[in-house]
Design a protein around this ligand. Structure first.
Ligand SMILES: C[S@@+](CC[C@H](N)C(=O)[O-])C[C@H]1O[C@@H](n2cnc3c(N)ncnc32)[C@H](O)[C@@H]1O
Length: 394
């Protein structure tokens, strides 16, 4: 079977992908093979996080398992750009597998020898690995839609203190636009309304859904780096023993129906009252992971990772990393969406810089976020944020 291929460049090297390159998030037919160019940033950041992981965890050799390898670009990048890596590539689709084999054949011998290849369904692939090598340092779960059906088995293949990465593209379920799907997939109840910036909510929902499966196995999965981009959320998590580290950071995100203040409660609160006006008319989302989405050591190391210079879109990568460094300075599990706040006060949104300046003048901390140009992370009282928006329009 003849296939048309296009050449792309990632990490400074040429790779081949199905032609034409389709700007879509899911294939049109189940056996279609396609390549999503917007996932480049996912691959760029994955290479950087893996290099950071190796440095922080003092790993000289990294065994990588990529069960959803697609046309092999990600595997090639791990082979070329992550030192001392061994990669177990798999994809169920024979067309994707054939293109991947072509890409692997073009790798220099040293890198080509790092890759073992499989053309199996996820479970069969993991079963065959179990005979060969049960222990992985990094498992990369990058299917279409939700990664949840694949979490349970993945956990069995990664070492303690090992790293797992998950990509999710089902943003409508993750952000509560479809509350029943959100509950069915992630176990999160959302009542009537969505609270705060929906992409931060989506990131927390994904992490919560994955952590629930870990908790069943007496494990905590701790996020070390998480980001949103265009149509997906990607989170990197370290596997540790015991449930307390997750349970201590799990609770409910609440919004007062009377004064719109957003606040959080622990997992088992006696009574939920608004932290500002003490109303008991509260909308809540949860249980939800309310801890940090990133580990400070990973963020500072990522920022200084010399390999950033070898990635051809250094500017976009640095922009995301820098904004995440900003928002990570405040451990508050929501961001305000300014258009929503402006709607509540029935005024147009003033410029972001103006709001940040005015809130800082009265002693609040405020940071831009990577979720959108109009979302703000701040410890300001909601009433103060509203009065600044009102005053700007006087
Ligand atoms: C989003 S693509 C992977 C892209 C790839 N990780 C990259 O960055 O280049 C998802 C891939 O998972 C494969 N896939 C879907 N379900 C699978 C399953 N149950 N077992 C193995 N592969 C599967 C599809 O054939 C597809 O190639």
């Amino acid at each position: 079977m003849q296939m048309n291929l296009s050449k792309i460049i990632e990490g400074g090297k040429d790779y081949y992908v199905p032609s034409p390159i389709i700007d879509s998030t899911v294939p049109r037919k189940s056996d279609d093979v396609f390549f999503n160019p917007h996932q480049k940033i996912n691959r760029d950041l994955s290479v950087l996080v893996l290099r950071t992981y190796a440095k922080i965890e003092n790993k000289n050799d990294i065994a990588i398992c990529e069960p959803f390898g697609g046309v092999g670009v990600r595997t090639c990048r791990y082979a070329v750009e992550v030192p001392s890596s061994t990669i177990y590539y798999n994809d169920v689709n024979p067309k994707a597998f054939r293109i991947a084999m072509h890409n692997f054949s073009l790798l220099p011998k040293l890198e080509r020898n790092k890759v073992s290849t499989y053309n199996k369904e996820f479970t069969d692939f993991l079963n065959s690995l179990y005979l060969d090598q049960p222990i992985m340092d990094f498992v990369d779960i990058d299917p279409y839609g939700t990664p949840i059906p694949f979490v349970h088995r993945s956990l069995k293949f990664v070492t303690l203190q090992g790293l797992l990465a998950f990509t999710a593209t089902d943003l409508a379920s993750l952000s509560g636009l479809y509350p029943r799907a959100m509950y069915a997939k992630y176990g999160i109840g959302i009542f009537e309304d969505r609270i705060g910036n929906v992409h931060e909510l989506a990131a927390r929902s994904l992490i919560t859904g994955i952590q629930r499966i870990g908790l069943n196995q007496n494990q905590s999965l701790i996020p070390v780096f998480t980001f949103y981009y265009r149509h997906f959320i990607r989170t990197f998590m370290i596997r540790v023993r015991g449930v307390d580290r997750v349970l201590d950071q799990t609770g409910f995100l609440c919004r007062c129906q009377k004064c719109s203040t957003i606040f959080q409660t622990p997992l088992t609160p006696k009574e939920i009252l608004c932290s500002f006006c003490e109303s008991n008319q509260i909308l809540k989302v949860g249980p939800l992971y309310l801890g940090k989405l990133h580990k400070d050591t990973y963020l500072s190391s990522l920022k200084d990772e010399p390999h950033i210079k070898a990635i051809n879109d250094t500017k976009s990568i640095l922009k995301i990393i820098n904004l995440i460094n900003e928002e990570n300075k405040l451990n508050i599990p929501w961001s305000y969406d300014l258009p929503t706040v402006a709607k509540i006060v029935s005024k147009p949104i003033p410029p972001m810089d103006f709001i940040i300046e005015k809130l800082s003048e009265i002693g609040y901390k405020c940071y831009n976020t990577h979720y959108s140009g109009v979302s703000l992370k701040t410890d300001a009282k909601f009433s103060d944020l509203c009065s600044i928006i009102r005053k700007a329009n006087d």
